[in-house]
Design a protein around this ligand. Structure first.
Ligand SMILES: *Cc1c(COP(=O)(O)O)cnc(C)c1O
Length: 405
């Protein structure tokens, strides 16, 4: 073990596996480690660094705001906070009635959404519906709506009333009644392996929740901020939800989250019903304004759509027998593998200088910066093809070894 690996093994909480590298610097879609090795970043800190690393717009916003005003508490309003609230309402199409609550992470945005659901439901509507394989965060409320039993089990009892149903329109139709407070959905289940909802699901969920008086809450934490080639995942089905949650890409690397409410759902929170000391601070909101402003002015939502299509062609074009298909939309891509070797592919890619991750054992997730161009895609193609070939060699070698035993 190197010194930093020993430090990490001794001092960091044991909630993650061994770290791949000690990263010291980033620029655009590249990262450098302590050995001076350059890595092509096609994970973007898990769909976070929308503009890549150390983008001048990000650096400028953070520096200027830090030198002006970083924090004041929610007893006060600040210009960046008001600007970001108005911007998010406009981008989300939340209309004049919309409201924005700021948090510091995705899980916290979902905690707020969970409380919103309870406020809406009251005693008459104790049920909350979420989907099988859903991921909504690791804090107690967001964990309760997360589906994976293994993540929840050690921390039970969970906040009650949550049911996980299969992601089919029929299952939703069967589950909904007038005792449901809210339905939580991700437009694409990122953590589950970049799994899309069935065609028409969001539209059906919208009409069914309206019929039964339940809130439709869309978790856009991974899919929002242009990632899927539209501003938000729900735009692909042209619906108006009651609330969306945001984080990851909106801050481009600065920790910030938000709950945007639409229409009547906007009057559920009242003074004293929720809060966060850091939430909506001028530093975070100034950065998010700058990041979203750059995405808008540089046409990065359109770039995400175009580059996503290009990447899909590139991945299919590699023609590796290890790849069975490509899922996702825009620059949220899941490369489906024919065997549970995603971990091996990620390690092989890492050795070659490409950062991607294993969303699950048979899916490699790709979520690069929204401003990638031909150069990054060409380099990705070479590195990813090489990594897939490396894994085939490794697999063949272990087969031979087995045969020789
Ligand atoms: C990452 C993620 C979360 C949790 O966000 P954190 O900032 O890690 O708390 C919730 N929902 C979805 C869909 C996510 O991708």
């Amino acid at each position: 073990m190197t010194v930093w690996q020993e430090d990490a093994a001794r001092d960091l909480v044991l909630n993650a596996g061994e770290r791949f590298a000690l990263l010291t610097r980033g620029e655009g879609s590249y990262l450098w480690d302590d050995q001076g090795k350059r890595h092509l970043d096609f994970l973007g800190g898990i769909a976070v660094t929308s503009l890549g690393h150390a983008h001048p717009v990000f650096v400028d916003a953070i520096s200027k705001q830090a030198a002006t005003l970083a924090h004041v508490s929610n007893y006060f309003a600040t210009p960046p906070q008001l600007e970001l609230a108005a911007r998010l309402k406009r981008l989300a199409g939340a209309g004049i009635d919309g409201r924005v609550y700021f948090s510091n992470s995705g899980a916290e945005a979902n905690e707020a959404a969970f409380k919103l659901a309870r406020l809406h439901g009251g005693a008459e509507r104790p049920r909350i519906i979420a989907l099988e394989n859903a991921f909504h965060g690791r804090t107690m409320g967001s964990l309760a709506i997360t589906a994976k039993a293994a993540m929840r089990a050690p921390f039970e009892p969970m906040p009650g009333g949550v049911e996980h149903i299969p992601a089919t329109i029929e299952a939703l139709e069967a589950a909904l009644d007038d005792r449901v407070a809210a339905v939580f959905v991700e437009p694409i289940q990122g953590e589950a392996g970049v799994v899309e909802l069935p065609e028409g699901y969001l539209a059906a969920a919208r009409s069914l929740t309206l019929k039964h008086g339940a809130l439709l809450i869309v978790d856009e934490i991974q899919t929002g901020a242009g990632r899927t080639g539209s501003w938000f995942g729900f735009n692909h089905e042209g619906i108006t939800p009651d609330a969306i949650t945001l984080a990851k890409g909106i801050g481009g690397g600065f920790p910030i989250g938000a709950l945007v409410t639409f229409g009547a759902a906007s009057s559920l929170f009242t003074p004293g019903s929720h809060g966060s000391t850091f939430g909506g601070n001028p530093l975070g909101t100034a950065v998010a304004n700058a990041v979203l402003g750059e995405i808008e002015s540089e046409g990065l939502v359109e770039n995400a759509a175009a580059r996503g299509a290009q990447l899909r062609t590139v991945i299919e074009g590699i023609g590796s027998p290890l790849v069975s298909g490509v899922r996702g939309r825009g620059l949220l891509i899941g490369v489906a593998l024919t065997a549970p070797v995603a971990g091996m592919v990620v390690t092989a890619a890492q050795k070659r200088g490409l950062i991607v991750n294993a969303a699950n054992p048979d899916t490699v997730r790709i979520a690069p910066a929204l401003n990638i161009g031909d150069a990054e895609i060409e380099e990705f193609q070479t590195l990813f093809a090489t990594a897939l070939a490396d894994v085939r060699v490794e697999l063949a070698a272990s087969e031979t070894e087995k045969a020789n035993v």
